[in-house]
Design a binder for this molecule. Structure first.
Ligand SMILES: Cc1ncc(COP(=O)(O)O)c(C=O)c1O
Length: 413
């Protein structure tokens, strides 16, 4: 390879791309793979995807589409039958009145999120992001030159978990604020925000004329009979909401890359113009599989969620045995997000050092709360329970042993 230009133009990337954070979850997954390849007995709580493979009837429809050579470009907006199936699903579930021309099928939910953020935010705009947050909601605005304004979730203790800090959110609204973000059920905390909190957020949007980017990708992972309210239930969603969801989690289809965005039809028309210039269309065979997912048997989804509920219970029970861990029983998604501040103070480590120590000494992979992506997560660790009950028990035991050793050696010093 020859490098013969002293200041090659290919290195002239925009500054803002250099400041982007990747998704640290992916780095930890790579680390787990590396250790496994080196023969280590790794237990990974890192990964945010169901460990159950895509259900058979969905795979079969994907294969059928391939065999029929349904492999060309489709409409940019997504095939009509899929858009109709998405609208019907939402309307049945949430009593909304979504029309098929208000749906845009995207490359993953992340694709929908990036498209929407890019379409609304201008350099200098502010977007209010409850923190911790799934990283696309901080990084896409940064890339565009907009500013994510982080408002930490409120920690209400082991019994009550996390809530939106509506007062602080309202205080943060300035003349530059263009939008709010809400992800519910929430990654990484596993919180399901109360209907009253969502009503208050929607009310802020109405009073201050703000767009609300709503990510409900975990809306089928709900463990408590109760409280989940979708933004699709607000009769005036068309005026404020850009709704984001997808197939990755509910149907264990992370690699198929199908998500969707719902917004009023004139917004969708404009976003489709952006989409055609970025990706032309979502994968054709995966769209056919997505129809089979929505229209087919939902029993495998229910079984998966029931299994995950049991795993959550195991995870919470086992982690509560670890000294210094305050563990709230998450209500949704597939994460537990224990508060470990007291432990970190006792052992004199920050959360990243502690997470690295667990990987290096016991091959247990977790994610530091700071992966989401700034400072609000510094007292927390994210555990995904997308692994078997036995592994959850074994992994938690290794952590407990490590913590007890660390505390004992500190006491001796
Ligand atoms: C809150 C949230 N939104 C979006 C995504 C991305 O989903 P997709 O695979 O549909 O792009 C994830 C994945 O972890 C997520 O946690």
């Amino acid at each position: 390879m020859v490098h013969n230009v002293s200041n090659p133009p290919t290195l002239g990337l925009k500054e803002c791309i250099k400041d982007l954070l990747g998704e640290r979850g992916f780095a930890y997954i790579a680390k787990a793979k590396e250790l496994k390849a080196a023969g280590k007995d790794v237990i990974s709580f890192g990964v945010g995807q169901p460990d159950i493979p895509t259900f058979d009837h969905i795979v079969e429809e994907g294969i059928k589409a391939l065999k029929e050579r349904f492999t060309g470009y489709t409409e940019t907006q997504g095939i009509k039958e899929l858009r109709a199936a998405i609208a019907e699903y939402l309307n049945e579930r949430y009593g909304s009145d979504v029309q098929e021309d208000e749906v845009l099928v995207t490359i993953g939910t992340k694709g929908a999120a990036f498209l929407a953020l890019a379409a609304y935010l201008k350099p200098g705009d502010e977007v209010i992001v409850p923190e911790p947050t799934y990283p696309v909601y901080s990084e896409a605005p940064k890339f565009i030159g907009a500013k994510p304004v982080y408002i930490p979730l409120k920690w209400e203790g082991e019994d009550r978990g996390f809530s939106l800090d509506i007062e602080e959110i309202e205080k943060a609204i300035s003349s530059k604020t263009k939008a709010l973000v809400v992800n519910n059920p929430h990654n990484p905390t596993g919180a399901i925000f109360k209907p009253a909190e969502l009503d208050a957020l929607m009310d802020l949007a109405r009073r201050h004329n703000l767009v609300v980017f709503v990510d409900e990708i975990y809306d089928n992972f709900i463990y408590e009979e109760s409280t989940f309210k979708s933004f699709m239930e607000f009769p005036d969603w068309r005026d404020y909401v850009i709704y984001l969801n997808g197939f990755s989690k509910t149907f264990s289809m992370t690699g198929w890359r199908v998500g969707y965005l719902v917004a009023r039809s004139d917004v969708v028309r404009n976003l489709t113009k952006l989409a055609v210039n970025v990706w032309s269309c979502p994968p054709s065979m995966a769209q056919r599989a997505a129809i089979a997912a929505l229209k087919g048997d939902w029993k495998p989804v229910r079984d998966m969620v029931n299994l995950f509920r049991e795993r959550r219970d195991t995870m919470v029970a086992e982690l509560r045995k670890v000294p210094g861990f305050e563990v709230w029983r998450s209500a949704g998604a597939f994460y537990v997000f224990p508060r470990v501040r007291r432990l970190l103070d006792s052992i004199g480590m920050n959360v990243e050092e502690f997470v690295d120590y667990l990987i290096d000494s016991k091959y247990v992979v977790t994610l530091p709360g700071t992966a989401f992506p700034d400072t609000a997560g510094k007292d927390y660790i994210r555990f995904s329970f997308c692994i078997s009950k036995d592994k959850i028990i074994e992994g938690a035991k290794r952590i407990k042993d490590t913590v007890e050793d660390l505390l004992a050696s500190r006491f001796k010093r």
